[in-house]
Design a protein around this ligand. Sequence first.
Ligand SMILES: O=C(O)CCC(=O)C(=O)O
Ligand SMILES: [Fe+2]
Length: 288
Amino acid sequence: MAEAEAELPEREQTSSEFVFGEIHRLGLENNVLELEEQGFTIVPDALPMDMVERMREVIIDQVADKNGGERPDLETWDEGNLPSGCYLLYEDPIFEKLVLNEYTIALMQYLLGRSMILSTIYSHVRAKGDASLPLHTDQWTLQLSNPVSVAVANYALVDYKRDLGAFAAVPGSNLMMRRPTAPDEVNVYKNPQCIPLEMSAGSVVVTAGNTWHGAYERKVPGLRINAAVVYCRSYIQTQELIRQGVTQEMLDRNPPRFGDLVGVNGFLGFGREGPDFKKRRALVGRFD
Ligand SMILES: O=C(O)CCC(=O)C(=O)O
Ligand SMILES: [Fe+2]
């Protein structure tokens, strides 16, 4: 008996075994329920503080560069109107680590399947005087769907409180399967169902692509900075030119999963050398 068992070839894990294996390993079962019921979920303290501080510095450096050299102070800036941080994967290797955050990856794989790819690492930088961010859904280029094809992990890089510019969301809006349109639906202050998601710096809120979300105004001096990491299914056009910028050095210093996430291990997108059929994987179920 034991011998016969030993001869059985090891079966490859199915995608749902892979996805739920990670959810159970990290104890994220309640987060999955929240994603289904309210369309978003928070993982407190998903990042160490030294990483938060470093990312803030890199983002503020880029903002200063785009702002004619004037560097906004994290604690005191109150003029509003700052540029966003963009293409951050290529700004500093710390963002490579961010892309691989295991809590976010586990929850994103649940939403988007294991073949998901990175779409953008963006930073919304707001200060006193800036308007609130209207409620919207992130599945921009595709009709809303369930399961979704786009989702965002929004890392708080400063503490989120309502009047500090907290992330805003409408719990359960993911189940409505429509985008907000009426002016009172879209405005975070006027929509009675909209709530602030308050959390400390280093926490992440993962939001499905059909959930209504935005952000409150910052009413006190200082910057409100996040890192918004969007992932999508591999057939969606990425927001930033992620795959195009990847270097061998980046692949060498990261685990193999990084290559999958930045889209270099896909079957399509070949040049003169032709397709590598070994990379072809069927996308059949929602967790593939
Ligand atoms: O500024 C925010 O936190 C909201 C940003 C947002 O809409 C997103 O990350 O998709
Ligand atoms: Fe968004």
